[in-house]
Each structure stands twice: as C-alpha cells, then as structure tokens.
Write a protein that binds this ligand. Structure first.
Ligand code: OAD
Length: 241
C-alpha cells in the first residue's frame, strides 16, 4: 500500500479524528501565508503590529493593517482543501477541526466542529473590558470605542504575548488526546501551543499524518508525511472515501 492508501484506510476506520490547520490551507484561496517562500511577513512585520502595546501606542496603524486584511479575506472563497475537510468530517463519528487561521473559511465551507485557536479576524472586542461588539465598524469614520466602558475596540484575535482563549485550548488539547488519527495540515508547526498538539496526540496513541509543501520540524516525527499542496492531496483522497 502507498502512504496515501494507508492514510485513506486510516480515515475510513477512524472513530475520532482531529485536524490542525494553518495558513497553508488558505493559500490556494489567495491569502498569503506568514512564513515560507511567499510569506506575508516578507512584506510586513506583523509581530510589530500584532501586539497589545503596539495597539495602545498606534491604534490607527494597527486598525489600518487589520482593515486591509479584513477586506482581502471578505473577497476570498474556501478552496478544495476546506471542502475536502467538510467531506471527511461527515464520514467520521467524532471530528474536531482545530485551526490557527482567523479567516473564517472553514466555517464558510461548511465545517461544523471548528475550534479557533487564534480568534476570528471578523470579530471585535473592547481592549479594556473584553466586551465583544457586533457593531458593523466603519473604520473610515475614526477609531471605534466600546459602548459600555469607552475603551478602544480591537480585533478579537490572539496577539503576540497574549494567551489563547482557555476554552478553545482545552477543546483542542482534549481532541488531540482523544483522537485515533491526527492530521497536521499546512502549518509550519512552529507556533506554540498549537505546535504541541500533534505530539500530544501521538503520545496518546494517535496515528500522526502531516501534509505540507515542505518539511517542518514535525515531519520526522510523523507516521506519514505527504509532501504537496493540501488542496490537491485532500481532494484526491476524498474520491476514495
Ligand atoms: P505559516 O505561514 O507559519 O506556515 C504555513 C505553512 O503552510 C508552511 O509550512 C508552508 O510550507 C505550508 N504551505 C503553504 N502552502 C501550502 C499548501 N497549498 N498546502 C500545504 N501546505 C502549504 O502559518 P501557520 O503555521 O498557520 O499566529 O502560522 C501559525 C501562526 O503563526 C499563525 O496563526 C499566526 C502566526 O504567528 C498568530 O497570529 C497568533
């Protein structure tokens, strides 16, 4: 059996699968990845913008950067990788999709059990009282402020130096510990605590598969490493499920 055939077999027999996705999954939709050849970080330095101190000092610049990304993300659509994950979710009794992406494309494609580890770029909250806002922000009209406490409204995403939402992290860790099959998909597997999830799954007996365009620090630890585009490999696999 080829490695792809073994993976298909594992999916068919899985009772509980967890998938960790990263920016590579949205690359085919036209959203640049953070790292790698065409990485966003070559043009911008988000670590300078995506942190609470930067936001308090220069909220206008940080909001401008997020408004640009929101506009980009509003225009793009899910790709074959997102849709393949929807098909896989339908076949497996328990399935958890853990994503580091903040672009909402998994939900848009129809995935149901999605855990957003790094938040959602379309959501906003108060930087002081944390109250979420559903206001349709008109950023061109000036900086947005909280209706309740008057604090600045910020994007509801996890920034450098901030902790993940505890509920999301708990769900992700439980899924990793309980699954029999874990797939790391289109992520550089560098950013903690997400990067530890595949190891947690493996330590608890899961079969570990990775799909990426290039080797990552995780690749040598996997049971199967499939090199290539997520959208191509996964859409091929769904034909056999
Ligand atoms: P990265 O940009 O670090 O990694 C993207 C990975 O996707 C790379 O390993 C690429 O080789 C791979 N890749 C690119 N195109 C692909 C394709 N079509 N199919 C398969 N793989 C492909 O993105 P993440 O791992 O998601 O966090 O980055 C993790 C976190 O780092 C982000 O969520 C962000 C950043 O700091 C926060 O902003 C908190």
């Amino acid at each position: 059996m080829t490695e792809i055939q073994i993976f298909i077999d594992k999916i068919k027999n899985s009772q509980n699968m967890a998938v960790l996705t990263g920016a590579g999954v949205s690359a085919a939709s036209g959203i640049p990845t953070f790292r790698g050849q065409a990485g966003l970080w070559k043009k911008y330095r988000p670590e300078e913008l995506a942190n609470p101190q930067a936001f308090r000092s220069h909220p206008d610049i940080v909001w401008e950067w997020y408004a640009w990304r929101r506009d980009l993300i509003r225009k793009v659509k899910p790709n074959l990788a997102h849709y393949a994950l929807v098909e896989i979710e339908k076949k497996i009794p328990a399935f958890t999709l853990i994503t580091q992406n903040i672009d909402n494309l998994h939900q848009l494609s129809g995935s149901v059990n999605v855990v957003e580890l790094h938040g959602n770029i379309m959501k906003s909250k108060c930087i002081d009282c944390n109250l979420p806002t559903s206001d349709n922000l008109n950023l061109k009209a000036g900086l947005p402020y909280c209706r309740s406490c008057g604090g600045l409204i910020r994007p509801d995403v996890v920034w450098f130096g901030e902790s993940l939402q505890i509920d999301a992290l708990n769900k992700a860790q439980t899924a990793a510990m309980e699954c029999d099959l874990f797939l790391s998909l289109g992520t550089s597997a560098l950013v903690e605590p997400a990067a530890s999830l595949p190891y947690l799954a493996k330590a608890n007996g899961a079969f570990l598969v990775e799909i990426n365009m290039e080797e990552t620090p995780l690749s040598s630890q996997t049971d199967i490493f499939l090199i290539g585009q997520a959208e191509k490999i996964l859409s091929e696999i769904t034909h056999y499920l």
